[in-house]
Design a protein around this ligand. Structure first.
Ligand code: SIN
Length: 530
């Protein structure tokens, strides 16, 4: 096996990973250089598809304040948001936005060159910055990629997965094993800082707004290594994915469209949100999602509609160019026609338990962005807090790494040798697995039994089916393909979600149990490690 040495390795190339890479390269002494590993291409990530925007409490936005933003975040989080984390992240928002702008990110401005702020569900004021109209994630990602490509001392491995964290006998992470699935080559990467920025888990579900890379890789890797995971029952379903999308990966119709006044209507053109919440279309995401789900059940339909016909066509096209173009591809003119929408898995509030600086329960192992659970989102994330969290956790991680000597790494350890040998000597991987069927089965069972509305019977059924799939898929170390490694990770994360969901005998935020529809008096997070 090839063997290399770096000062730090970042797994994942979304906004959290790229922003951390840029700051590390600029601000930290990296005697052995920096490696970015990405499963697809550098530009591909879940962040890239974020439409709505990025929360920022800016001094020039006179209607807003950190106090207001913190309260909105805590309210949406249904009792599980960590107030201190919310305070920290909110107070850092203006600083990270300024820095992103210095790295080439252009947020949208009005005719007077003032930043534009929009609104999404459960925000009490307009405070969301956006770029390219509805292409915020893409614009940020693109600017950061450009910056990184101009730096010679960052090494980039594309089409490469991290498959094992190399933790020593003292419980310290010392590096990882990487697998390039194009070349079918393994590599031992020594690094005193291993940073997981692998994004979310949307692909565990039959319907998701997330791209095909979102298979919970970082969470599964950290858990395998013994890290504590937290809040794993909380999967956010976005209310309005484009119902005509042809594959399981659904195009998103941003909440910002409702922020601009669009209404939800049923098949008869009647509004229905007034039956569910006085905040109507701008109630927190979990409430709107369940309202739509309920309406679909009652009217026996596969979707409801978004009525944005009050927005003139030219204005819609300018404000939401990506959504407009996609609707037009399907012969829908948002200024004249209703847009068919239905809920879809969108974001994971749970993940590797971390502090706001990305430190996990394992020394040397860090997690940032969606793979991490800082406690900001609680049981339900407030819209557009995710990119903000990616940026602030990356920012703080780099501040933390400035205090660590990244030139030293003790690699000669019997546990590390055992792990490397497990890959070198594992011959069981030749067994044939029908991976396409397994993907289908897992996604279907998660959607039907561990979705928007849960109960004990469905969760027990999912647990049983996952057990059967795990027996069928018995590869524990070496796998043959990218998809097999993804399946290994998906099974790990799916089982954790089901177990956490079975244990939470109440309904809170995005976790709704029809057999326990009430909230417990005291809100408590769950966490677990191997
Ligand atoms: C959206 O644009 O509706 C999604 C924004 C988010 O997930 O925060």
């Amino acid at each position: 096996m090839k063997h290399t040495r770096y000062s730090a390795v970042i797994v994942g190339s979304g906004i959290a990973g790229l922003y951390a890479a840029i700051k590390l390269e600029r601000e930290v002494n990296l005697p052995n250089g920096l490696l970015i590993i990405t499963k697809s291409q550098l530009i591909e990530s879940n962040s890239k598809y974020a439409q709505g925007g990025m929360v920022c409490v800016m001094p020039e936005n006179k209607l807003d304040s950190c106090t207001l933003h913190i309260e909105d975040t805590i309210k949406a989080g249904a009792g599980l948001t960590d107030r201190k984390v919310a305070e920290f992240i909110s107070e850092k928002s203006a600083e990270v936005v300024k820095e992103l702008q210095n790295f080439g990110v252009d947020f949208d401005r009005d005719e007077n060159n003032k930043l534009k702020f929009t609104k999404e569900a459960a925000h009490s004021v307009n405070r969301i910055l956006h770029a390219g109209g509805d292409a915020t994630g893409f614009c940020i990602e693109n600017a950061l990629v450009k910056y990184i490509l101009s730096k010679k001392n960052i090494t980039i491995y594309e089409q490469t997965l991290a498959v094992e964290i190399l933790k020593d006998s003292k419980n310290i992470s010392r590096g990882l094993i990487a697998y390039n699935y194009n070349e079918n080559e393994y590599e031992v990467v020594e690094a005193p800082a291993v940073i997981l920025a692998t994004g979310g888990i949307g692909q565990l579900y039959k319907y998701t707004t997330n791209p095909d890379i979102t298979t919970g890789d970082g969470i599964a890797l950290a858990y395998r290594a013994g890290a504590i995971v937290k809040d794993m029952e909380f999967v956010q379903f976005h209310p309005t994915a484009f119902a005509l999308s042809e594959k399981g990966t659904m195009f998103l119709i941003s909440e910002a469209v409702r922020g601009e006044g669009a209404k939800l209507v049923n098949k008869d053109g009647q509004t229905f949100m007034e039956k569910y919440d006085k905040r109507l279309e701008l109630a927190p995401r979990d409430i709107v999602t369940r309202a739509i789900y309920n309406e679909m059940r009652q009217t026996k339909t596969q979707n409801v509609y978004l009525d944005a016909t009050h927005i003139p066509e030219e204005k819609f096209e300018k404000r939401f160019p990506t959504i407009y173009a996609t609707c037009k591809e399907y012969n829908i003119n948002p200024a004249k026609d209703y847009i068919p929408v239905s809920p879809s898995a969108h974001y994971f509030m749970g993940g590797v338990k971390t502090k706001v600086n990305g430190t996990t329960s394992i020394e040397g192992l860090y997690a940032i962005g969606e793979a991490a659970c800082t406690g900001l989102h609680g049981a339900n994330r407030l819209a557009s807090n995710s990119i903000l969290e990616c940026a602030v956790t990356a920012y703080e991680l780099v501040n933390h790494l400035k205090t660590i000597d990244l030139s030293k790494n003790e690699f000669n350890d019997k546990e590390i040798i055992r792990l490397i040998d497990a890959y070198k000597n594992d011959n069981s991987f030749n067994q044939k697995v029908n991976i396409d069927n397994m993907f289908k089965e897992l996604k279907e069972l998660m959607w039907s039994n561990v979705g928007i509305i849960r109960n004990k019977e469905k969760l027990e059924k999912a647990k049983e089916q996952l057990e059967k799939l795990s027996q069928e898929f018995s590869l524990s170390y070496k796998c043959n393909t990218r998809n097999e490694y993804e399946m290994r990770n998906m099974l790990t994360v799916a089982k954790l979600i089901v177990n956490f969901a079975l244990n939470r005998k109440e309904s809170r935020g995005a976790h709704y149990r029809e057999d326990f529809p009430e909230k417990e008096m005291i809100a408590k997070s769950q966490q677990y490690s191997l």
